[in-house]
Ligand binder design. Structure first.
Ligand code: NAP
Length: 417
């Protein structure tokens, strides 16, 4: 009997990234709170010594490449240098062979919390909330970085006033003869040309589709995006957004490499009587526009349930689609606009309006046909959660319990950055 048979062996569930599916969008690296994820020009990889199984990176990954796991002997975990060379994920090795576990080795159970997280991460949709039961089937990963779709710009219109502080654009991409099916709530990836400071191709930038499934123009093979020219980061420091500036500067006739589509969760219900409770800030309005427009184009929109929108922007001049939105009939959509920087007016956020409309919000939340969507600034998540919790509490409802049920039933969807 070898020494190994008497030495306890620790088995770990190693977190890996599938290089075949990964689109190198950098979302996981940005999300990881412990800097366990890094990349070179070829692959994104996870440092087994740093990964704490917090699971934060799983749901934001558009392709599911992040949701890859292998049971490994801890001392034989794949090192970063090896992962960087992969073109495909290695198969699971049998733990009593390649991983070097002898017949008499003890393989201790995973710690409870790690096992739970790993199970959640690898269950169902890769740990992502299920879509509404009546959502249409989404197509994903049709175009890769190696074989992107080439779209032609058929429109680039400024949505914000010329003197507004932000330049937000409505960009229309035409796919010509290429099939690029999308649903409301899905995202696409843009490949900006050129190289980054390290001489590597820019990573993919994701944008929500702002048009309904039958096209920006009905029955045209096109879609639209809502893009804000990034000139500063969230802290206000000057920074030039690579993809946003590329997109905002495009002219009619220019060509763009597009990958995707992505997204199997943030989708709209399709059954009659389903209500949409939509909460967004700034360009987070893109998927809400797509869903609203889908409902508006249907011949008998009132059969489709209630639409309620909470939408925050600095001023009316900064609110994308302000004109068209305010012209929609009141019996079609209940619109609540919050402005934070109108001179001589108190600052208003979407969460303030949720509190002001408590009765109606709670009535909607209690309806099993209501689907909630939250999209926009990361910072609003906490404030909106507190406001909903408060309005639920004042009506004798426990938000945490309800939220868990909504999540499980595919009725609660969040996309914040
Ligand atoms: P913004 O103009 O910076 O802000 C929009 C509004 O939200 C402002 O009134 C702002 O108020 C307010 N706000 C700030 N902090 C808030 C908080 N904690 N709670 C509630 N409201 C708050 O927004 P933006 O630059 O357009 O950003 C939109 C976000 O959506 C970005 O992070 C973007 O990445 C994301 N997104 C974009 C897309 C897309 O397809 N383009 C899709 C999904 C998500 P003050 O600034 O006056 O305080």
């Amino acid at each position: 009997m070898s020494n190994a048979s008497t030495t306890p062996v620790t088995i770990m569930r190693q977190h890996l990234i599938d290089p075949e599916i990964c689109i190198r969008c950098n979302t996981c690296e940005e999300t990881c709170p412990v800097d366990a994820i890094s990349h070179d020009s070829r692959n994104y990889v996870v440092d087994a010594a740093k990964c704490n199984y917090c699971y934060d990176c799983i749901s934001p990954c558009p392709t599911g490449a992040i949701d890859s796991w292998r049971n490994m002997r801890a001392d034989l975990a794949y090192p970063i240098a090896e992962q960087l060379l992969w073109d495909t994920l290695p198969a699971q090795v049998a733990l009593d062979e390649g991983a070097g576990v002898g017949a008499g080795d003890t393989a201790p159970a995973l710690p409870d919390d790690v096992a739970k997280i790993a199970a959640a991460a690898t269950s169902g949709q890769g740990g992502i909330a299920p879509p509404p039961w009546s959502a249409a089937h989404p197509y994903v990963n049709l175009y890769s970085i190696q074989k992107p779709a080439v779209a032609t710009v058929s429109g680039n219109f400024r949505l914000t006033a010329e003197d507004a502080s932000s330049d937000i654009r409505h960009i229309v991409l035409d796919f010509g003869n290429a099939s690029f099916p999308v649903l409301e709530g899905q995202t696409i990836g843009i490949l900006a040309p050129g190289l980054d400071a390290a001489g590597r191709p820019h990573h993919v930038r994701l944008y929500s589709v702002a048009s309904p499934r039958d096209g920006e123009r009905p029955h045209y093979n096109n879609l639209s995006l809502t893009v804000k020219r990034v000139t500063a980061d969230h802290e206000g420091a000057a920074v030039r957004g690579v993809a946003s500036n590329f997109l905002c500067d495009l002219k009619k006739g220019d060509q763009v490499n597009v990958v995707g589509p992505y997204g199997t969760s943030f989708l709209m219900p399709n059954h009659p009587g389903s209500n949409l409770l939509m909460i967004c800030t700034g360009t987070g309005s893109a998927p809400m526009r797509a869903m609203t427009e889908r409902r508006r184009r249907k011949s008998v929109p009132t059969e489709d349930g209630k639409l309620m929108l909470f939408f925050g922007a600095r001023t009316p001049a900064e609110l994308p689609y302000f004109g068209p939105l305010t012209r929609l009939p009141k019996d079609f959509i209940d619109i609540n606009l919050a402005f934070s920087r109108v001179p001589d007016q108190p600052r208003q956020y979407v969460q303030d309006l949720i509190r002001a409309r408590a009765d109606e919000v709670v009535r909607l939340l209690q309806d099993e046909n209501t689907y909630l969507y939250l999209c926009g600034l990361k910072g609003m998540e906490q404030g909106v959660d507190a406001a909903i919790s408060e309005v639920c509490g004042s009506h004798g409802l426990d938000w945490k319990t309800l939220q868990a049920a909504l999540l499980q039933q595919g009725r609660y969807h969040v996309e914040t950055y």
